[in-house]
Design a protein around this ligand. Structure first.
Ligand code: ATP
Ligand code: MG
Length: 577
């Protein structure tokens, strides 16, 4: 018999298939981590284009980071080939930029307006507000949407300089489309199909833009997990997710309950961890992977952050079969065959960027290659700013080459300042993947740098351990995850010396962050803490994170350096799969 015709929906389970095949109109896909939300969305778009004859140019797919946009484009390219080119895949900020590039005149800008970086913003705000301190206050206010006379003055100054800032990228399109129903209608016709991944983290401005771009009965697909809402601290509001079906009457809802990412131990433990704060109590989430007898979650208590970091480095070495010391220049390491792991299969997650210092030091000593990314803006790094300024003066040539020579030149100019040179070399590493993507278009690269977060520059092809803040880790997955600093005061986070949680969103958001971290792991998860930790120069004793209390003792197992040595990879028990 002839083989059945292949469909882009092959390889989806029945629930995922129902979501991918759902007819037009508002659609909410609400599901836990690792249930294939992103995968289902990809297939839905491919199905509509390849099998339902919907025009690719009518699709707008919005993602949270540029990295996620790239990945989505790549996967759609695999499924749709040439046709994928006509899709618009962008972050909210990139979408805003696209709208402003088309409507610059209405916004009082020239055709080649620029994007102000943090330093420029601060400078302008300080002048307008009278002092640096007041300037910073103005910028904070600007994000919280309580505009005053001065803030207007700030905007005028930006416009005089032919600049927009990061806030403007979404705020100006909202203003333009809000003031002109015909213009809004124009874009609604252009993109009759819109999807938003990670919808639990939209903020009010993004939400308003979305409403302007979609009719109440429009083809809007929102995907997300309220239990992974982790950006409340900067204005995101999970309430928009929770009221989706009220905002879009007649919306269909699809739930996915099978986790394909992680083994059963990790899924069960994560479900316990989130339970006290779950916004979807009683929701289904179970592992379906064929992992018989998955290893327990490793709990490690170290004396201090240095010992914790060395535990991570030694564990990685052990899991690679003790070969990492010798393998630095021999490409991918596959251990001794167990699980076939290499450096890029590992990830270290932490609550605050400062924690990465100890980890990097231990990795440097042990010869473990890494790439470090946070959710901070790329241009917030002085090194990146210097490279960007240098690039603006550079001669023609491939951008990647220009980045290389800009870094070399700056390092030469600042020879002797080791700290700055290290920062410049890191900057070179962060900028290069974006430069490769922007070909020869310098202004595109400069906008990408202005809009991008460090995590946008995470290179999944590099064979290095990923060092990520918990915020930067969303949507990603790794075979082995170390979540370090599981201490009260880091998880949940408090400023050293403060009794209360300082983040506006409070302890629940911190718990969700812990949940996001745990659910990045596919095969093996380690939770570690230091008994004594130095923060802001002061060492003090710590207590374990209260979030650990929710973990069933049957799912965890204490691990220490001794057992790390004793349990060689050949030990069957420690095998990963
Ligand atoms: P998150 O909430 O963390 O963003 P998600 O729900 O978007 O997670 P995906 O990243 O889409 O989940 O999928 C998680 C993993 O499970 C991926 O490796 C994906 O390829 C795999 N996966 C999803 N669905 C299936 C399936 N039906 N069969 C096999 N693998 C699947
Ligand atoms: Mg996802």
């Amino acid at each position: 018999a002839a083989p059945p015709a292949r469909s882009v929906l092959d390889g989806l389970d029945p629930q995922q298939r129902a979501a991918a095949e759902a007819p037009g109109g508002p659609l909410l896909i609400v599901a836990g981590p690792g249930t294939g939300k992103t995968r289902t969305l990809t297939r839905r778009i491919a199905h509509l284009v390849a099998e339902q004859d919907v025009a690719a140019a009518g699709f707008l797919a919005i993602t949270f980071t540029r990295r996620a946009a790239e990945e989505l484009s790549e996967r759609l390219g695999d499924l749709l080939g040439e046709r994928a080119r006509d899709l618009t895949v962008a972050t909210f900020h990139r979408l805003g930029l696209l709208l402003l590039r088309e409507q610059y005149e209405r916004a009082g800008l020239s055709a080649d307006f620029g994007i102000a970086d943090t330093a420029q913003q601060r400078e302008i705000a300080a002048v307008v507000a009278g002092s640096e301190k007041e300037g910073r206050r103005l910028l904070d206010r600007r994000d919280s949407d309580e505009a005053t006379e001065e803030d207007a003055a700030y905007e005028r100054r930006l416009r005089e300089l032919d600049l927009v800032d990061f806030t403007d990228l979404v705020a100006l399109p909202v203003r333009l489309l809000g003031a002109d129903p015909e213009l809004a209608e124009h874009y609604r016709r252009r993109w009759p199909w819109i999807s938003v991944d990670e919808y639990q983290d939209v903020d009010e401005r993004q939400y308003t833009l979305l409403r302007l771009l979609t009719a109440p009965d429009g083809n809007l697909t929102a995907i997300g997990d309220p239990d992974q809402a982790i950006y409340g601290f900067r204005g995101a509001d999970v309430g928009f997710f929770l009221r989706f079906t009220a905002d879009f009457p007649g919306a269909a809802t699809v739930r996915l309950g099978r986790n394909y990412r992680s083994n059963a131990t990790i899924v069960d433990a994560a479900v316990h961890a989130i339970a006290p704060a779950s916004l979807l109590p009683g929701r289904e989430l179970r592992a379906v992977g064929d992992f018989s007898d998955p290893p327990r979650i490793g709990l490690h208590t170290a004396a201090d952050e240095k010992a914790e970091a060395s535990f991570v480095a030694r564990s990685i070495d052990r899991l690679l079969g003790g070969t990492s010391w010798h393998s630095l220049d021999s490409g991918r390491v596959t251990g001794d065959g167990d699980g076939g792991l290499s450096f890029s299969d590992f990830c270290v997650l932490y609550r605050t960027d400062a924690q990465s210092e100890a980890i990097m030091r231990a990795f440097n000593t042990a010869g473990v290659p890494y790439q470090k990314r946070s959710h901070d803006r790329l241009l917030a790094r002085p090194g990146v700013r210097m490279v960007a300024d240098e690039l603006a003066h550079h001669a023609q040539g491939p951008l990647v080459e220009q980045v290389r020579s800009a870094v070399a030149l700056l390092c030469e100019r600042h020879a002797g300042d080791e700290e700055l040179c290290t920062d410049l070399r890191t900057a070179g590493e962060l900028v290069r993947p974006l430069a490769a993507e922007c070909g020869e278009d310098l202004s595109e690269l400069l906008s990408a740098l202005a809009m991008g977060a460090e995590v946008d520059a995470l290179d999944p092809r590099a064979d290095r351990v990923a060092l990520l803040t918990l915020h930067a880790a969303k949507g990603l997955e790794f075979p082995v995850v170390f979540l370090v600093g599981c201490e009260d005061g880091l998880l949940p986070f408090r400023l050293p010396g403060e009794g209360r949680i300082s983040s506006g969103a409070g302890e629940d958001e911190e718990r969700r962050l812990f949940f996001v971290g745990m659910t990045r792991a596919q095969q093996r998860l380690y939770l570690s803490r230091a008994r004594r930790r130095t923060r802001r120069g002061t060492a003090s004793d710590t207590a374990p994170s209260p979030f650990l209390d929710a973990l069933d003792a049957g799912l965890t197992m204490p691990v220490d350096e001794e057992s790390a040595v004793r349990k060689r990879p050949r030990d069957r028990q420690m095998r990963l799969l």
